[in-house]
Design a protein. Structure first.
Length: 191
């Protein structure tokens, strides 16, 4: 994995906002992760078209935002392929209120399901476990924004976020495909 630090939620959101891109950083990360976890090929740059259509009314992304999207895409791939399970959800910081974090998690799973659905149009090929994950994510996306600022809510938030992270790894292990390298062209496996 790269020595470069991973992008943080606040930085991504600031870049999008500065360039007037109407998008939530968590949703953007979720869409990209959903595409990748459902079998999007690393070399396929179609993800930029998807993001342009969904996040910027079909217009090209401003330069910095496009660079941020490309960096996010690369980092998601790196962390999903990392044996140390370094993948993390791009969510508001722990210093933000539980309402902001819960809203971010809702946007993230909504984005994931959107990206997953774009890439994986035929869910018949997905296992029952993956179908359950998608259904669970839809329920998580619909959780109320009216949450209590207490220890029980904090604990529930962390448990749900961890479930989402593990579920993404399950989806990627079942449907995702590692980038092809010259050596792997002859050793390709079918998932």
């Amino acid at each position: 994995m790269s020595e470069q630090s991973l992008l943080e939620f606040a930085d991504v959101q600031a870049t999008l906002s500065a360039e007037s891109v109407q998008a939530h950083a968590s949703e953007l990360h979720g869409i990209l992760t959903g595409l990748i976890a459902s079998g999007h090929e690393f070399e396929d740059t179609e993800y930029l078209v998807v993001i342009n259509d969904m996040m910027n009314n079909g217009e090209g992304l401003p330069l910095q935002s496009k660079g941020t999207v490309k960096q996010l895409y690369s980092e998601i791939w790196q962390t999903l392929l990392d044996d140390s399970y370094g993948f993390k959800l791009l969510l508001p910081d722990d210093d933000d209120t539980i309402v902001e974090r819960a809203t971010g998690l809702g946007h993230w799973v909504q984005g994931f399901n959107l990206g997953f659905g774009i890439q994986q149009k035929d869910t018949a090929i997905a296992s029952e476990d993956v179908k359950e994950v998608i259904a669970d994510f839809a329920e998580i996306a619909n959780l109320s924004d009216e949450v209590d600022e207490d220890e029980d809510t904090e604990q529930a938030y962390y448990e749900i976020a961890e479930y989402v992270k593990v579920s993404v790894l399950l989806c990627f292990s079942e449907l995702g495909s590692a980038p092809s390298t010259p050596d792997s062209e002859n050793q390709r496996t079918i998932h």
